[in-house]
Design a protein around this ligand. Structure first.
Ligand code: ADE
Ligand code: ZN
Length: 334
């Protein structure tokens, strides 16, 4: 089964590039850039990855990202993730990046996006991995700061497929970003938002009704509102669920408590994703394996989850057809 899950053709729709920064690369970049880390070795850093909640993780995640300075650094970060995708038969990716984490440290927006885009282009030409880059606003910062970031992104909009909203959910509800999301939608960009991760089901409703997003990131707290679950299923609103993230950040006590398969059975268009794999103990295959081990996910359910990842991606119709065909071939070949 583990080999089946690894080789299963799949897409990843919820992955923060900064969250794919492995401790080894963090140390290498710190040394290359002459930055001192408050840890003496990789093992010590990994031991610090013990989180009681989202905020404890975010504090380390932003600290870690401070080793990224040059275009080459952003390329190396992204390329390392692409290599993982190649190894796990991930054929389409829609990674997130948080420009404000870098521009607030004086790194030019151009440096960040150039390195990321160069690696994503190479993923396409060298490995045939298609992608769409999603730029996230940090919700603990102001809406004005989001508008400013959008302005900085304007020369690069051909390299961005959509806009997302991440960081601390508690105290920063969707409504705070109503105006900037309206502008983004008017510009023809697709939209997603983290909602119902640590925050209530109401945040999922507000992300849909106020921000009018095309997909919800996480959304697991929707389970508290049966009417909302019904709506998500009826309107085919996809949720990008991140099982290992949710257990590492204590959204669920352990994997046996996770509700992804329950939502799948209720007709919600859920997908599996790794969120911040360098911090949460695994990439996409490891998330699928965790669902098999912790929840008894069947092969049929795994295939349905993989199919959802293609169907609810932002890939063009023709690309989706190719991806479905590859999935069908994999299932027949077994
Ligand atoms: N940024 C990176 N990972 C995140 C998560 N799981 N929730 C909110 N913001 C994030
Ligand atoms: Zn996330």
């Amino acid at each position: 089964m583990d080999q089946f899950l690894n080789d299963l053709p799949k897409a990843e729709l919820h992955l923060h590039l900064e969250g794919s920064l492995e401790p080894e690369l963090m140390f290498a970049l710190a040394e290359r850039n002459g930055i001192a880390l408050p840890y003496s070795a990789v093992d010590q850093l990994r031991q610090a990855y013990n989180f009681a909640n989202l905020q404890e993780f975010l504090d380390l995640y932003y600290q870690g990202a401070a080793v990224l300075l040059t275009e080459q650094d952003f390329y190396d970060l992204t390329w390392a993730y692409v290599e993982r995708c190649k190894a796990q038969n991930i054929l389409h990716i829609e990674p997130f990046f948080d420009p404000q984490t870098h521009t607030d440290r004086g790194i030019p927006f151009a440096t960040v996006i150039s390195g990321i885009s160069r690696a994503l282009q190479q993923a396409e030409t060298e490995y045939g991995i298609s992608s769409g880059l999603i730029m996230c606003f940090l919700r603990h910062l102001s809406e004005d700061a989001a508008f400013e970031t959008l302005q900085q992104a304007e020369p690069y909009l051909d390299q961005i497929i959509g806009i997302g909203l991440d960081s601390s959910e508690k105290g920063h509800p969707p409504a705070k970003f109503e105006r900037v999301f309206a502008k983004v939608r008017n510009m023809g960009l697709l939209t997603v938002a983290h909602a119902g991760e640590e925050g209530p089901a109401q945040n999922v409703i507000d992300a849909l009704d106020i921000l009018k997003v095309d997909r919800i990131d996480h959304g697991v707290r929707a389970i508290d509102d049966p009417q909302l679950i019904k709506r998500l299923a009826e309107e085919k609103v996809a949720l990008t669920v991140c099982p290992l993230s949710n257990t590492r950040l204590k959204v669920f006590d352990d994997m046996s408590q996770h509700n992804i398969l329950q939502m799948l059975e209720q007709g919600v268009k859920v997908t599996v994703n790794s969120d911040d794999p360098a911090y949460f103990g695994g990439y996409l295959t490891e998330n699928f394996i965790a669902l098999e081990k912790g929840l008894g996910m069947t092969q049929e359910q795994a295939v349905e989850l993989a199919r959802n990842s293609f169907e609810y991606s932002f890939a063009k119709k023709e690309r989706k057809e190719e991806l479905f065909a590859l999935l069908d071939r994999h299932c027949v070949a077994r």
